[in-house]
Unconditional design. Structure first.
Length: 134
């Protein structure tokens, strides 16, 4: 028995298929989902959804959202998503380094809207980089 996984962004269906295991980047930590998992709804951070099909793993960079698990179906609704295989690793690494520098400029400063945006951009760049390397 397998899971049905759907990863949906506002502008596209990123993934729609079967999976043997799904690992989600929830706001409370990594969640592993296997067949027969109890029904649940969870918030997602920017991070990487890992998908196992047989012995092969693939990854999807997601930019925050929600996931619902019910009756061996996992539905992931996110602000944006990208298949790891479609991400240029060199460009993702460059974007990550730029985001690190931008976020570091706010070290020691009080929280501001600009600091929060820089931290979110860093989390998203990290997710894209990790997904591209998986």
């Amino acid at each position: 028995m397998t899971l049905t996984l759907r990863v949906l962004a506002p502008d596209q269906s990123v993934f729609d298929g079967a999976a043997d295991e799904v690992i989600l980047p929830s706001t409370s930590g990594q969640l592993g989902i296997l067949t027969g998992h109890v029904s649940m709804l969870t918030a997602l951070d920017s991070g990487v959804v890992r998908v196992r099909e047989g012995n092969a793993w693939s990854s999807i960079a997601v930019m925050g959202g929600f996931a619902e698990v019910e009756d061996n179906a996992v539905t992931v609704l996110v602000n944006a998503a990208e298949l790891g295989s479609a991400i240029n690793a060199a460009a993702a690494e460059s974007d990550f380094e730029s985001a690190q520098q931008a976020a570091a400029a706010f070290d020691g400063q009080p929280t501001s809207a600009e600091k929060v945006k820089a931290q979110q951009a860093l989390a998203q760049a990290r997710a894209r980089l990790q997904a591209s390397q998986a």
